[in-house]
Write a protein that binds this ligand. Structure first.
Ligand code: RIB
Length: 293
């Protein structure tokens, strides 16, 4: 009998990304000419949702887009990915957008215009509480208002739904008001600000995962600390790689996979090999083939 697909709800952001390829990240006051521009779907929340759907999850997205053409096209795009959009609302504010510079080494610099992502309210989350309670796992990041993210986590945890938070972009507001989740996924820079001593109590989670680029990923629980080596690749664009790691990890851990970090490392590495956020997110077949090399 086929394994049922894990039910995953994502509360988060949806952006249209405008990615400019540049020789280096511009310095203050510098004007650069880009060699190409790519406009594609992005936003940390929707990137996680697409990553989880392509990895095999049954995904629902809660968030907000504008009444503009980008908002309509975004909803159609999520449908084409098999993602449930009944939790999406629309706002008079424009659909969120991100302006991204990617240099010749694959490094990036991002400016986000939150737009409709900041129009989602606590009432909107209460209206979607049954969708959250019906999930196995809730995925969160920090591109929507913090009270909304925190309330979603509370609703989920009260219903026994696992909560995974990627606290990115890290904010002073989050550091001051941190709240309990099951799994916290951070990069090294974020870990240093949240819990320099890699302490679960300080991080307010049971499982702390620290991604470290090409270096080993740390997986820390009360019982043990593991280091899982990611596949070595030459990245061309790292935008969305962390979101892909998180979405893939969510599916693998919900399925009870023996080493979900290994699966997520493979997904994150693959996401660096193509330009753009969502165009680069791998399918489950691609992840499995890559992870078993
Ligand atoms: O994490 C990558 C994402 O950050 C991009 O897709 C962009 O929209 C910004 O939100």
């Amino acid at each position: 009998m086929p394994t049922p697909r894990p039910k995953i709800v994502v509360v988060g952001s949806l952006n249209v990304d405008h990615t400019l390829r540049v020789p280096h990240i511009p310095a203050p006051g510098e004007t650069l000419t880009s060699s190409s521009m790519l406009t594609c779907f992005g936003g940390k929340g929707a990137n996680q949702a697409v990553a989880a759907a392509r990895a095999g999850g049954a995904v629902s997205m809660i968030g907000c887009v504008g009444h503009d053409d980008f908002g309509s096209r975004y909803i159609e795009h999520l449908h084409s990915e098999g993602i449930d959009t009944t939790g999406l609302i629309r706002s008079a504010a424009p659909t969120g957008s991100a302006f991204i510079a990617v240099d010749d080494h694959g490094e990036n610099s991002i400016i986000v215009n939150a737009g409709a992502n900041h129009a989602i309210t606590l009432d909107d989350i209460e209206n979607q509480a049954s969708l959250i309670r019906g999930a196995e796992l809730l995925l969160l990041q920090l591109e929507c208002p913090l009270p909304v993210v925190q309330r979603a986590a509370e609703i989920a945890r009260a219903a026994g739904v696992q909560v995974i938070l990627n606290p990115s972009p890290l904010s002073a507001e989050y550091l001051a008001a941190r709240f309990a989740v099951d799994t916290l996924i951070v990069n090294e820079g974020e870990a240093a600000q949240i819990t320099p001593g890699q302490n679960l109590r300080e991080a307010m989670c049971r499982h702390l995962i620290i991604t470290r680029g090409a270096d080993t990923t740390l997986s820390i629980t009360a019982d043990r600390t593991e280091e899982i080596a990611p596949p070595q690749v030459t990245p061309i664009d790292t935008v969305g790689a962390g979101d892909t790691f998180t979405g893939a990890f969510a599916v693998a851990s919900s399925e009870g996979c023996e080493n979900p970090v290994h699966f997520a490392n493979a997904a994150g590495a693959l996401a660096t090999l193509k330009p753009g956020a969502q165009p680069a997110i791998p399918t489950r077949q691609e992840i499995e083939a890559f992870a078993s090399r």
